[in-house]
Design a protein around this ligand. Structure first.
Ligand code: ADP
Length: 551
């Protein structure tokens, strides 16, 4: 008998295919970018396709070699999208720099990644000036986002100063007839550094293959349900885990895109939503909190597009937030993931077998992180090994799959990051119920251990934020002489509200065992934010380092 082998072609998965398809099939799809002066610039996908090939051609003509890193320091706009596809088409690796990090951190990251070129918004040049001494780029390409003229200069190998180009002039001069470079599907296309809340940031490198598989998975109907009929507003920065992969999905399917540029204040976002109504928007819960608060502060000023879906993740999404948007006809769909997971690893959707469930049950489930996505394996590992999916066993969430990183760029393997059998140890703690819904109870470093029992800071925060007088809440562990640790709730009240700590505690009574309820409640002006806009509990812990329990 002859052995049987697959007869299928072995064609490498490729971002170039997505780009080519967009140019051919969706030339009329729209890309709207908000400029620094708040005006809107419009492009078609035909423009995007032409300009992206011009960028790739220009990079190649400028000497880019296969595997060279091209950093971007940009807001969300059409040119950043061109980088997403143009840099890989030229054989380069796009490295998105997080413009909210300190100049020292950005410089360290650019140095570690050995970035050769930099594409930077002109409005971000002052930030570049602050970190340029840490890392010498060979060429700096300035995108005239504000419309001001760019001061270009030829490179001089003797003075060590980079060449400076104007992005638009570079595209205009690009040699015609460029063809995207051939590649293997495992070749790198992009890299992103983790935020480095524990130690130095670490680089995650995505491949053509991982990106295409993630894009296909994330666009499925039970996930983003993305289609050519959608208009997508990515508020999630394009430097934050590839804006969760939505730029790739939109280009693959020809969805319209609306980019907010640097204008992320709630009023600006609500104005933009009114001008260019999206059907799908994405962002972290803290930004969505500011939207709902702005609408509540000025009832009637803004209206959300009926039927808009919002993918909200990156941090726990309080049930009260989901309910508040639902009252405006907007569905919030929660997802969980991390830079290391490309990033979508779980997404909430309604499982049909639960359909008769009450509205309250659905809201409770919507406040979970959802269900593990296809192609990803997920397990919960407790102190005694893998836990059953029973909704009560809590342990570390571990994942593996073709778009999960198996190591970090130029970093020695660390046992606390990867298990012996090769799973990613996420550092998040949670439980999966019998239907497969994952509930994140904490990041392991945010857990509170009181009298030997764990208390979930996330559950407490979400419940406190459900109180009508509360705008924001973050709960941290404070060392306690008797109990080891006890929770301290840091609460931001809505404008004009005054409540006593006991009111918050009464609100929690009944939902939590008495030993889980924070004895200490501090009212603060705002919860500090991380570089990706999430609650920054490490900073809060620092701020309250000197806090003492009353004798
Ligand atoms: P960082 O938050 O450190 O900037 P990432 O963007 O990679 O970096 O964030 C990943 C982390 O965000 C996860 O490990 C998890 O702690 C948190 N996270 C993401 N989504 C959710 C969610 N839906 N619920 C709770 N935590 C989440």
């Amino acid at each position: 008998m002859h052995a049987v082998r697959s007869t299928m072609m072995s064609v490498p998965l490729s971002l170039n295919h997505l780009l080519d398809r967009a140019g051919r099939l969706f030339p009329q799809a729209r890309i709207v970018s908000r400029l620094p002066d708040k005006s809107l610039r419009r492009h078609s996908y035909a423009d995007f396709h032409r300009r992206t090939l011009a960028l790739a051609s220009a990079l190649k003509a400028a000497g880019l070699r296969k595997g060279d890193r091209v950093a971007t320091l940009c807001w969300n706009h059409h040119a950043h999208l061109e980088c997403y596809f143009g840099i890989p088409a030229a054989g380069g690796v796009m490295h998105t720099l997080n413009l909210r990090l300190s100049a020292d951190e950005i410089g360290w990251i650019a140095q570690h990644a050995e970035d050769r070129f930099l594409i930077v918004d002109d409005v971000l040049l002052p930030l570049y000036e602050q970190f340029r001494r840490h890392h010498a780029f060979e060429r700096v390409i300035v995108f005239p986002f504000s419309g001001a003229a760019v001061a270009t200069r030829a490179g001089d190998p003797h003075d060590g100063e980079p060449a400076i180009d104007d992005y638009e002039q570079l595209l205009a001069r690009a040699p015609a007839g460029f063809e995207p470079l051939a590649h293997d599907e495992d070749d790198p296309v992009a890299m992103c550094y983790t935020s480095g809340t524990t130690g130095r940031p670490k680089g995650v490198v995505y491949s053509h293959r991982s990106t295409v598989l993630h894009t296909l998975m994330a666009s499925l109907p039970d996930h983003w349900g993305l289609s050519a009929r959608d208009t997508v507003l990515p508020v999630t920065p394009m430097f934050h885990a590839n804006s969760w992969g939505i730029p790739y999905g939109a280009v693959m399917l020809g969805a319209n895109l609306v980019f907010p540029g640097p204008h992320l204040h709630a009023h600006d976002l609500l104005d933009l939503i009114a001008l260019e109504p999206p059907t799908l928007s994405l962002g972290v819960p803290t930004i969505w909190l500011t939207l709902i608060q702005a609408m509540q502060a000025e009832p009637g000023r803004w209206k959300l597009p009926a039927g808009m879906r919002s993918l909200v993740g990156g941090a726990a999404v309080p049930e009260s937030l989901i309910r508040a948007f639902d009252a405006h006809g907007v569905t919030i769909q929660q997802g969980w993931g991390m830079t290391e997971t490309s990033p979508v690893a779980t997404v909430f959707y309604r499982k049909p077998e639960l359909e008769p469930a009450s509205e309250d049950t659905w809201f409770r489930l919507k406040a979970t992180a959802g269900i593990v996505v296809p192609l990803v394996d997920l397990r919960i590992v407790g102190e005694d090994g893998p836990c059953p999916w029973d909704g009560t066993s809590v342990g570390e969430i571990q994942v593996r799959g073709p778009f999960i990183t198996g190591q970090y760029h130029q970093t020695p393997p660390e046992p606390e990051k990867f298990s012996d059998d090769g799973w990613l140890r996420t550092g998040d703690v949670g439980t999966v119920d019998t239907h497969g819904y994952l509930r994140i109870t904490d990041r392991s470093k945010d857990l509170i251990k009181s009298g030997g029992e764990w208390i979930s800071s996330v559950d407490l925060e979400n419940a406190i934020m459900g109180h009508p007088s509360v705008a924001e809440a973050a709960v941290i562990a404070i060392a306690h002489p008797k109990w080891g640790e006890r929770p301290l709730a840091c609460v931001v009240l809505r404008p004009g509200q005054r409540v006593e700590p006991q009111v918050i505690r009464d609100h929690l009574a009944g939902r939590f065992a008495s030993w889980q309820i924070p004895d200490a409640i501090e009212f603060i002006d705002a919860v500090p934010r991380t570089s990706t806009g999430k609650f920054w509990k490490a900073k809060l812990r620092q701020d309250f380092a000197g806090w003492r329990w009353p004798d």
